[in-house]
Design a protein around this ligand. Structure first.
Ligand code: 13P
Length: 253
């Protein structure tokens, strides 16, 4: 099955007003690559301004609460993200699983709430270095996926069109270390099996992105791996100069 490549930037806790020009440059450059879907997931404070000024590039959040509204200080609901102009959100990033103690159950509820509200979702999973070195990466990440996946009946229409997975080995994030093509291929194929087990044929249409130190130099090799449908890019998404070559590598893959 051919799936359109999807390259998404995750700005994490980077970006203030003076970076809007960079966002415009990324939007303009991405728009000229017609065979790749792109998006930028920004800090909450920039979403509305970015979304209002760059209609050609989907803007997303980096997290969402599962409740519609209520006493959840500091949190953002799916309705609020939509109201600000966001089209998608990341859920379950390892920096939130670790830093904010989010569980698979939390991640599943967030994904379900976002899909039900009409937001796209990128659900992140990935193993620690200790798990990889113990030879338990595939089983561990498969179990993480199984427990984090939105239940099929919650938003059947949104899966697969609005839903993607990002496999991000924790030890590869921000370290300059990248998983080998063989290890990425093994993991993505194992995750594909779980998606098909969960959703039947629709599981074949869900895009599985790789994340972890993706840059202009390694993107082509990563995109050549079977079942790699794009990338979730951190550091190299902060400038058009670094991000656009990754989008172009996806276009050529
Ligand atoms: P880096 O590309 O900076 O390694 O970050 C990857 C990531 O965590 C994207 O969500």
């Amino acid at each position: 099955m051919t799936r359109r490549k999807y390259v998404v930037g995750n700005w994490k806790m980077h970006g203030v007003s003076s970076d809007l020009g960079e966002i415009h440059s990324i939007a303009a450059g991405s728009a000229s690559v017609s065979n790749v879907d792109t998006a930028l997931c920004l800090p909450a404070t920039l979403i509305e301004r970015a979304a209002r000024s760059v209609s050609i590039l989907p803007i997303g959040g980096q997290d969402v609460h599962w409740a519609d509204k209520g006493a959840h200080t500091g949190c953002i609901s799916a309705a609020m993200l939509l109201d600000a102009g966001a089209k998608l959100t990341i859920v379950g990033h390892s920096e939130r699983r670790e830093g904010q103690h989010e569980t698979n159950e939390d991640v599943r509820r967030k994904a379900e709430a976002a899909l039900a509200a009409g937001l796209g979702v990128i659900l992140c999973i990935g193993e620690s270095l200790g798990v990889r070195e113990a030879g338990q990466a595939v089983g561990t990440v498969q179990a993480q996926l199984d427990e984090s996946l939105p239940h099929a009946e919650v938003s059947a229409a949104a899966i697969p069109g609005q839903f993607a997975i990002a496999y991000e080995p924790i030890w590869a994030i921000g370290t300059g270390k990248v998983a080998s093509p063989a290890d990425i291929g093994e993991m993505h194929s194992a995750l594909r099996d779980r998606l098909v087990a969960a959703y039947g044929d629709a599981g074949n249409e869900i895009r599985i992105l790789y994340g972890g130190s993706v840059n202009a130099s390694n993107a082509a090799e990563i995109f050549a791996v079977d079942d790699v449908d794009g990338a979730l890019v951190g550091g190299a998404s902060l400038t058009a100069e670094k991000f656009l070559p990754i989008v172009q590598a996806a276009s050529a893959a």
